[in-house]
Design a protein around this ligand. Structure first.
Ligand code: IVH
Length: 685
């Protein structure tokens, strides 16, 4: 045995054996961490063993093997990808879009097999890229893209960077040859992170996770791929030698798992059409909460013998069907770009689209946000564009398709006058948005927006005063400001479209009720720029009455927590404007009032100062609003999403995914009792 010049900590062991043992252990620990999400050793232990293996390999380069975890990120970038011919072609799937399609598929199979209820394995249809991983004697030797199904590209170096893909199978007696097929994908969170980084470094953003995954796999420099946090799910098999094929698709997936190959847990063995449709419904319901994107589900006849009996049609197996969800992304044409005027005068360009059906609804227009966004996405009138609508999300134009551009497209030009009131449109140098300079007095669009905010639930909470009613009241010049609302009578109201005497009475009742309000609500209802609900609450708590706030100077305003120069400036301008002061006077004259608040001198101790809370589920006695109020009162902050920066999660009944996330991140979880104790306890301190 040769003598080592350095200590591996295991001097007695031969380096070769030690390296082998390290590789095996590191593969197991890596699998537990990256595939099972359940680490079995602390990170520090992994790092220690990894460093030991690195040192060992540096001293004995002949010991480096292709499955060594130190080889995940390769050396020099490739000049180009080599071609790979698949030994077993990579097929595609037949598609179905409706229950009728699924019924026809199931009927045909039942008939051909001559059995009543066919057994299927139902899986997700991942929206990523199909790859083939080739293992020889348990070692990953090659990875290739699907390409045209016959020829793909050799992307082994890139695939090696995907931490959840084993470089060696965990099986001690692996098959001589095993080709695993599956999908490489980018999870939604990694996609958002990547696009944020792209944006911050001034690079082009990716349109969707699929494109981002594709772009990441296509890198000739595997260092870039390594930085992209890709994942893999297996779902099929190519060449296999040395062991028999598992009898069913379900058993094959379990076998993959045993070998340390990642498979998705969202799969089920089901029977007959009813079983298929039930799975489709269940997955459809949770689609938006999955951490990755899918575009449907896949049904596969479970038994291998039955799969083989069914054979193939052209390039797809007869035994499988992809049941697709309605598309979330479609192509259509921009027929024009109009502008809308918002409450603050902000001019928002809106794309008029040739109607398209996307995610179950017909979309005819989509916001383009602002002028810069149009230039950044390079969207022109007449362009073919990709429109996306995921779940309940508002439709969005995500990109133009320049390949489809014709010579007669036109660039968008920001109008010089407000389309509603004709006042000049201005854009200050430091803002992305252009604004109508008319103000709410002159511009009906701004007036309507302001009134909608005034009536909204978190402001004056006037139920029944919706957008259409406000439109009528402004258009017919029945009202010219919020105070006029309180002078409406039954006769005028019941004469309006879609209003009867009963609804008029209800609205009058609501208006009357709204006269008793709080200072915070009133401030928010005024629609002062940059003064949202939270700021309004801080201002009310600080000043206790409106007069003091109206007279406050910049210095006094800046002394308040969370009030910076922009908000202070906006408040001063608002209260300096005679028209706003007149409106406030009129509103008070209409009987709007609030209890004077005794100014809560900033508590000497704010026990929850700077602590971030997330609320989830239903609490036994406090409402969410009340709990939030307590948190804020004691200096804490309520945030909506759980992240590493969250200090506490206050959880009630049916907490959902936020609780799971908190547990995953090891964030402290409180029930209502513990929360109240925390506040009480700290109060005594
Ligand atoms: S099986 C023999 N299972 O769909 C059929 N494919 O059109 C081979 N895909 O390129 C495919 N999820 O990228 C199968 N659970 C799944 C899948 C899946 C996504 C993709 C795959 C392939 C395409 C077939």
């Amino acid at each position: 045995m040769q003598t080592d010049l350095f200590s591996t900590g295991q001097d007695q062991e031969e380096p070769e054996k030690r390296a082998e043992a390290l590789r095996r252990d590191l593969a197991r620990y890596g699998h537990a961490y990256y595939v099972l999400d359940a680490p079995i050793v602390p990170d520090s232990e992994y790092d220690r063993l990894f460093a030991e293996l690195q040192a060992l390999e540096a001293a004995h380069p002949e010991l480096v093997t292709p499955d060594s975890p130190t080889r995940r990120v390769g050396g020099t970038p490739l000049a180009q990808f080599e071609k790979v011919t698949h030994r077993v072609p990579m097929l595609s799937l037949q598609n179905g879009f409706s229950e009728a399609d699924v019924a026809a598929f199931d009927r045909r199979i039942a008939e051909e097999l001559g059995i009543g209820k066919v057994e299927y394995e139902a899986e997700l249809k991942f929206d990523g890229l199909a790859v083939n991983l080739r293992y020889e004697k348990g070692i990953l030797v090659q990875a290739a893209t699907r390409g045209d199904g016959t020829n793909g590209e050799n992307i082994t170096e890139n695939i090696r960077t995907i931490r959840s893909i084993p470089l060696r199978l965990l099986d001690l007696a692996p098959p001589d040859i095993l080709e695993v097929r599956g999908e490489v994908l980018m999870f939604k969170e990694a996609f958002r992170d990547l696009n944020r980084r792209q944006r911050e470094s001034g690079q082009k953003e990716f349109v969707n996770p699929r494109n981002a995954a594709a772009g990441s796999l296509r890198q000739l420099d595997s260092q870039i791929t390594a930085s992209r946090q890709l994942k893999f799910f297996a779902y099929g098999i190519g060449e296999l030698e040395g062991v028999p094929l598992p009898e069913t698709q379900g058993k094959m997936m379990e076998w993959f798992m045993q070998m340390g190959i990642p498979v998705c847990n969202e799969r089920k063995v089901v029977r007959g059409l009813a079983g298929l449709m039930k799975f489709f419904g269940e997955i459809g319901a949770k689609r938006d909460t999955l951490p990755y994107e899918i575009d449907g589900v896949v049904y596969k006849v479970n038994r291998r013998s039955e799969q083989e009996a069914l054979g193939f049609i052209s390039r797809a197996p007869r035994f499988a069907l992809a049941h697709k969800f309605p598309a979330q992304e479609v192509m259509t044409e921009v027929t024009g770009i109009d502008v809308q005027v918002g409450r603050t005068g902000a001019i928002t360009p809106v794309a008029r689209l040739k109607p398209v059906f996307v995610s179950g609804v017909t979309v005819t227009n989509a916001t383009l946000h602002n002028e810069d966004e149009i230039r950044r996405k390079d969207i022109r009138i007449g362009d073919t564009v990709i429109v996306r609508r995921a779940g309940d999300v508002i439709p969005e134009v995500i990109a133009s398709v320049p390949e489809k551009r014709t010579a007669d497209v036109r660039e968008f030009v920001m109008p010089v006058e407000c389309p509603v009131c004709g006042s000049p449109i201005v854009r200050s140098a430091d803002e992305a948005v252009a604004r109508c300079s008319g103000g709410w007095i002159n511009c009906p669009a701004q007036k309507k927006g302001g009134l909608q905010l005034f009536a909204s639930r978190k402001a004056m909470n006037i139920e029944g005063l919706g957008e259409q009613l406000i439109d009528q009241l402004v258009d017919k010049e029945i009202i010219s400001d919020a105070a006029d609302l309180y002078r409406l009578d039954r006769e005028t109201l019941s004469g309006l479209d879609r209003m009867a005497e009963k609804s008029a009475d209800n609205l009058l009742g609501e208006l009357d009720k709204s006269r008793q309000t709080t200072l915070a609500r009133f401030l928010y209802a005024l629609g002062i720029r940059h003064v949202g609900e939270t700021t309004a609450r801080s201002l009310a708590a600080h000043f206790g009455n409106l007069d003091d706030l109206m007279q406050a100077n910049e210095e006094q305003l800046l002394a308040i927590d969370d009030i910076g120069p922009v908000v202070a400036d906006s408040l001063i301008r608002f209260f300096a404007d005679e028209r706003n002061r007149a409106l406030i006077g009129k509103l008070k004259a209409c009987g709007i009032q609030w209890p004077e608040q005794t100014v809560t001198e900033k508590p000497v101790v704010s026990p929850l100062q700077n602590l971030k809370f997330v609320l989830t589920g239903t609490l036994p006695s406090l409402t969410r609003e009340e709990a939030a109020e307590i948190i804020r009162q004691y200096g804490g902050q309520v945030v909506s999403a759980v992240s590493r920066k969250t200090d506490y999660v206050l959880a009630g009944k049916e907490p959902g995914s936020k609780l799971a996330k908190a547990q995953e991140l090891g964030i402290r979880i409180l029930d209502e009792d513990a929360f109240l104790r925390l506040v009480k306890h700290d109060e005594n301190n």
